[in-house]
Write a protein that binds this ligand. Sequence first.
Ligand code: PGA
Length: 251
Amino acid sequence: MRKPFVAGNWKMNKTVAEARQLVAEMAPGLGSFQGVETVLCPPFPALVAVSAMLAGTGIGLGAQNMYWEESGAYTGEVSPAMVAELCGYVILGHSERRTYFGETDRGVNRKTVAALAHHLVPIVCVGETLAENAAGETAQVVTRQVREGLQGVDGAEASRLVIAYEPVWAIGTGKAATGQGANEVVRECIRKPLAELFGGSTAQAVRVLYGGSVTPANAAEFFGQPEIDGALVGGASLKPDFVKIVQAAVK
Ligand code: PGA
């Protein structure tokens, strides 16, 4: 059985002082649930402070990005070892990285391989844009992102992956996918290519999340789907109410 998983992606929000305040408000509630893996992903500058506050709570810490190289002349980048010193998780290939910062499937692939080598759990994001959805290309796009993003990943490590299906049109728009619609994409376009790459039992072991306008009001619709194991939450993870989303994931 796959353990439910909920991650809060704070994106480019919260100074260190604001991050401390939010964690102080949320951590007691979040830390009280058994049977769900909960992860907070603040911006890089807040990772040290939040890591200290989460010690001993059972709540995980994740970064929102990293580079694949080990070290060197890559101004502005953060290495896998730097992330792994503080975090257990890293979000990779988020659609905002792909859209605004030119990330490609190939780059996401290199980052995923590097993250696993550093014993991080990569949260690999995939999802079609509004135009791709309207053109009937969802299956093709999501399947390609999974295949290319995960090629060359060691089969023995693959079950540690977490994949987030985030239709780009649902992110930050208030227009979430339907539970059933997301479940179908996860089954056909994520678990099937996972099975081709790594075999059926690994494909069944990988946690797959839904992301895109998840709120306390709609979370249960997604968590009730057989192929969906949790959520990657953006806007709603910045409010103390995030605790309600995590609570809804507890089986
Ligand atoms: P949202 O963002 O919950 O604000 O739609 C989700 C995400 O981008 O991970």
